[in-house]
Design a protein around this ligand. Structure first.
Ligand code: ADP
Length: 263
């Protein structure tokens, strides 16, 4: 009855009967809300100083008469500020996704969105030289947030590129299933050992933080993916064998699918 109280119910087997357990999670919800606001405020506050820093660093780095021993220092400052900026932007994106639970949902042409994700991936792929295939087996689209989905699906594809040794094979697919439509990215990269699989979507969790940093990762990508998929009632599935490769996939349920009208 009390709108300020949050309750969580769980139904458990109890002999031949069922037992309904009700938890009062008001305090937990409250703390979670404080954490969300804190992260959103900090990332927002850091945005402006970082923009100023990056602007000045760029100006100074362009000076032709800069002493050689300063140049290296400026390069490092520029790299690290850019890294900080990526972390802040990802934290901001994550907070926005968490707060605006149903951000501007529209009908999305998945062929267009996936072609866009594929083109971006090819640009990123220049230094890795992987073979990337895009298989679109259905013209069915989605009802969802185009901006967030673009970001989430790109994250999965960029990860496949980053965590696959040069010259690998990556396949992106969009297929129809009984339950809805399935998006999948398959790579023949470094793979992930089983003990890490359940923790990958935690913020800042990385299997190898050195490698992740080297490739410009923030450790927030899969947390973003999980939240975006959750908004569309889809769940991230990860299948992986260390040294063989990984498949990241999600089935979008039928109520989010917009069937293509063929004339
Ligand atoms: P990051 O910015 O570190 O890439 P993510 O949240 O996107 O952060 O991913 C978390 C971790 O999951 C990565 O650091 C990496 O260890 C692992 N990972 C993600 N995608 C793949 C993949 N396709 N193959 C192997 N490992 C992966």
């Amino acid at each position: 009855q009390d709108p300020n109280r949050y309750l969580k119910c769980e139904l458990k087997p109890f002999g031949d009967e069922k037992l309904l357990i009700i938890y009062d999670v008001t305090r937990l919800q409250h703390l979670e809300g404080m954490r969300r606001d804190f992260v959103a405020n900090v990332s927002h506050e850091l945005g402006t100083p970082l923009t100023v820093l990056m602007g000045y660093l760029e100006n100074f780095s362009d000076q032709p008469d800069m002493p050689a021993h300063w140049r290296r220092g400026f390069e490092l400052m520029t790299q690290q500020t850019a890294r900080m900026n990526r972390v802040v932007n990802d934290l901001l994106l994550l907070s926005r996704i968490e707060i605006e639970e149903t951000h501007e949902f529209n009908e999305i042409d998945m062929t267009k969105l996936l072609t866009h994700v594929y083109d971006d991936a090819q640009a990123y792929n220049q230094e890795y030289k992987h073979t990337i295939h895009l298989h679109i087996d259905t013209y069915d689209g989605l009802y969802g947030s185009e901006m967030y989905l673009n970001s989430a699906l790109s994250n999965l594809v960029i990860n496949a590129i980053k965590y696959t040794p040069k010259g690998g094979n990556i396949s992106i697919s969009w297929t129809k299933t009984l339950e809805g439509c399935r998006f999948a990215v398959e790579d023949n990269g470094i793979g992930i050992a089983p003990q890490h699989l359940t923790r990958l979507t935690e913020r800042f969790y990385r299997v190898d933080s050195g490698r992740s940093r080297e490739t410009g990762g923030t450790g927030l990508g899969l947390a973003i993916v999980k939240h975006v998929l959750y908004q569309h009632e889809a769940h991230l599935q990860i299948e992986s064998i260390e040294g063989v490769g990984s498949t990241f996939s999600a089935v979008f349920p039928n109520n989010y699918i917009r069937s293509a009208v063929i004339n």
